[in-house]
Design a binder for this molecule. Structure first.
Ligand code: ARG
Length: 460
């Protein structure tokens, strides 16, 4: 068995089950690259401030680079006896370069080391997630611009409400994601602070140049309190909150996509490559990607609650509880990357059934508000107009027709203020074009918003 790096004060070996139970190597090996990068900066700094010699630092750095190569080639056997990624790499370093390797851990603890590693990991992950979210946003803006004139029913209470542009609906999704990206950018500021130099909890008596290391590792600054630095996991909870909101948005989009692909709605087609069939029902084409994304939202919420609960009763400073932070973070990063990628690939391939959407918008009296607004323009008070249109809707319902199918005579029987020109406002296109104010669904507003959103992405 590999000798423990902390074995000095122990009189019997660790129980085999306890060893496996407490080990994190099964999952934290994923931090090897960040761990090595952090160690290299630490070793160089130790030489700069004269704690080790330049020659020792060189040997350590070369050894660590070689180990990175070993790991990438699959040549490093991860040992459970060595507990975690930090001690596996350190033990390997000592194997490779001898006693000088034992100097690397000077002025450092695994407590500030692991907090540094996970921050480096999350910084990279957040950048990749933002990039993928922006790719999806771009797809939405492009499709929205192309579909600005496409009419669909807008819903409230899932009942047909008013006609809207399909492009407007897509840009609503875009704007949700825009806020998600803003939240991630904000969270990144608090991720990108370096805890290294806090050592186990109190700082260290060596004259470490923390600012130099922070700069070397691309951190925006250093933590100001060693106790807080080794025990803080707020940045993870913030990330998981932003991730949960993002997944909530993807889940809402998924729900609509699932509805729209159903025979009952039939608003859109998803290309076959994003769907699967049924093993028993030959006719089926199921919208698996949106369904799965909707389902995966649950595990991200679960991770947020894991971390909130993990932290709620921890006394300062580091506690072994914190080892439980990694799997929820890794799982969330993977879930977000996968879900965003699937959506970014799928959205540009949506085929709208324009005629069917227009037909659905025509049904359900979606221009009733336009008729009321028409009456208001003829001098009728809005409440009276509301009443008159309500009667018109009842008549059309009784006849089993749409508002635009009522004759002028029938409409005039309800109000003397109605003229021939009423039929202009009863069309879905007229209704949509009339909502011509900032934030409205008029196609020219939708096109302008799509162009502005794309310009913001270009400038990102
Ligand atoms: N594997 C540990 C973790 O993930 C590293 C830090 C361990 N520190 C300690 N004092 N036991 O948090």
């Amino acid at each position: 068995p590999a000798a423990k790096l902390w074995g000095g004060r122990f009189s019997e070996p660790t129980d085999a089950f306890v060893e496996a139970f407490t080990a994190s190597i099964g999952f934290d090996q994923r931090l090897y690259d960040e761990d090595i990068t952090g160690s290299i900066a630490h070793a160089r700094m130790l030489a700069r401030v004269g704690v080790i010699t330049e020659d020792e630092a060189k040997k350590i750095v070369r050894g660590l680079e070689d180990i990175r190569g070993d790991i990438e080639r699959g040549d490093l056997f991860w040992s459970v006896e060595l507990e975690d990624v930090h001690m596996n790499i350190e033990a390997r370093l000592i194997d490779r370069i001898g006693d000088v390797g034992k100097k690397l851990h000077t002025g450092r603890s695994r407590n500030d080391q692991v907090a540094t590693d996970i921050r480096l990991f999350m910084r990279r992950a957040v950048d990749a997630i933002i990039e993928e979210a922006n790719r999806l946003r771009r797809g939405l803006t492009d499709l929205a611009e192309a579909e600005a004139d496409t009419v669909m029913p807008g819903f409230t209470h899932l009942q047909v409400a008013q006609p809207v542009s399909f492009g407007h609906h897509l840009l609503a999704w875009h704007d949700m994601l825009e806020r998600d990206v803003e939240r991630l950018i904000d969270t990144r500021k608090r991720i990108n602070i370096m805890p290294l130099g806090s050592a186990a909890l109190a700082g260290t008596s060596y004259p470490l140049d923390r600012d130099w290391v922070a700069n070397e590792l691309g951190f925006d600054g250093i933590s100001e309190n060693s106790l807080d630095a080794v025990s803080d996991r707020d940045f993870q909870i913030e990330f998981l909150s932003a991730a949960s909101i993002l997944m909530m948005h993807l889940s809402r989009m998924s729900e609509e996509l699932v509805l729209w692909t159903s025979a009952q709605f039939n608003f859109i087609e998803l290309p076959d490559r994003f769907c699967t069939g049924s093993s028993i029902m030959p006719q089926k084409k199921n919208p698996d990607v949106p369904e799965l994304v909707r389902g995966k939202t649950g595990r991200v919420y679960g991770s947020l609650f894991s971390l909130l609960t993990l932290m709620k009763s921890q006394p300062l400073a580091y506690n072994k509880d914190n080892q439980e932070d990694k799997e929820p973070i890794f799982d969330t990063v993977d879930t977000l990357m996968g879900s965003l990628r699937a959506f970014a690939d799928m959205i540009p391939a949506i085929q709208p059934n324009r005629e069917r959407m227009r037909e659905a918008a025509r049904q359900g009296f979606s221009t009733a508000t336009d008729l009321a607004d028409y009456l208001v323009r003829q001098g009728v008070a809005f409440r009276d107009a509301h009443e008159i249109v309500g009667k018109a809707v009842r008549q059309a319902t009784d006849k089993g027709c749409d508002l635009a199918d009522l004759s002028l005579v029938e409409l005039q029987a309800l109000s003397g203020h109605i003229g021939e020109d009423v039929f202009d406002v009863l069309t879905v296109e007229g209704s949509m074009a009339a909502r011509d104010l900032p934030g409205g669904t008029a196609p020219k507003r939708v096109r302008a918003r799509a162009v502005a959103a794309r310009a913001a992405l270009d400038a990102f």
